[in-house]
Design a protein around this ligand. Sequence first.
Ligand code: SF4
Length: 451
Amino acid sequence: MYRIRITDEKNAYELTELAKMFTSADSLDISLVSSDAEAADLIIPGQDEMDRNAQKRVLFSFLAEKTGTALEWGTLTGVRPEKLFTRTAAVLGSADKAEQKLKEDYLVADSKLSLLRETYEVQQSVKRDMDPHAVGLYVGIPFCPTRCLYCSFTSNRFTEKAAAAYLEALFKEIDAVKDIMDSKGLYAESAYIGGGTPSSLTDSMFQDMVCRVSDVFVRPKTAEFTVECGRPDTITESKMKSLKTANAGRVSINPQTMKASTLQLIGRQHSPEQIREAFGIARSCGIKCINMDLIAGLPEETASDMEDTLEQIIGMGPENITVHTLAVKRGSRLIEEDKDFAFRQAETVGNMLDIARNKLGKAGYRPYYLYRQKHMAGNHENTGYCLPGTENLYNMRIMDEDQSIIALGAGGISKVYYPAEDRLERVANVSNYEIYIDRIDEMIERKVKGL
Ligand code: SF4
């Protein structure tokens, strides 16, 4: 047990979050100083003596030594390190200076600095206009065929009855959002249908849904339209043809791993062979840009499993490959079964991510966006890699937080961007899909007021 005392309250939350990255909450006794005589392993001085970054460095050094853990992201606890890097480079005038600052102030390791730098260079090469009338549009379909072991999202088992009621409410919201956007002169620069697994819908429901989104929101000025078809066993020729009809040029097919026994273990009902088949169907139907998601740190997987998965995926030739770090969050079956899983996986995941960066680099893929989440094994990151010229604009924008996102469906959180103040305001839909259906008029009202 590490007894840590914080002298003043101001940064207590962030300091506690940093401590939880090193070890489980059960091993931490962390609170404000209550008396001078109190026994403690570490007392962090207050703001009158040092600033927040210095306080975090004191805590970091103490826990790094005690736990023997080297967190490569240093004292950074935020979700968007690339945004920090880009803005620091803009303020200081160069990427070199941003690297130096992140190294000294936040103790970020060289491995992560080089990832940030490469991602920064790719992002700088992608032309992104700042049109105040352009928004990112997100539509959520909260159904999946089964629930994965590590899932903590808004996902529900697909039934035709539930999906039909959901789509009815969603279409109502789509029509209302169209009116709001038209009245304000807004258009979708990018459209993204995610989930859940949108392709859990039946062929005809899927067609209705993607065509509706396309008819209402996809304009000649819309740069890209992406649809997640995450589970390979939900992909059919009919659905891929619907995507072509709807002008959706990007699809995400997410194997997570190519190891058959892991697929079973995490609750997926498909084989590696079905992943290859799904990929082939998408290609034969003319889908030009395919993303594939992988996860580093799945139960019982080793670095050589990751290597094997990468080789198979690269061999298929997707344009984008996103390498996630397993996040073991509250609400997942995995954390109920093994609450310390993420901490034990730290080293393995670090090796897997190194292998991925190396192999993908050799195959011509470059990192173009990255983000972190809480409860990630080893506190690493998720990185989107792509072949040059195939960057996904929606993914970059959402991490930059410099454009409004309008999100429809259960769990959708719209973010309205105010450029003058560089500030976002959230307008949230409820996450439970049944409540969303019941209260659809209220969800629409929230958008009328908030957007
Ligand atoms: S496919 Fe994604 S959303 Fe669906 S259960 Fe698995 S992790 Fe959750």
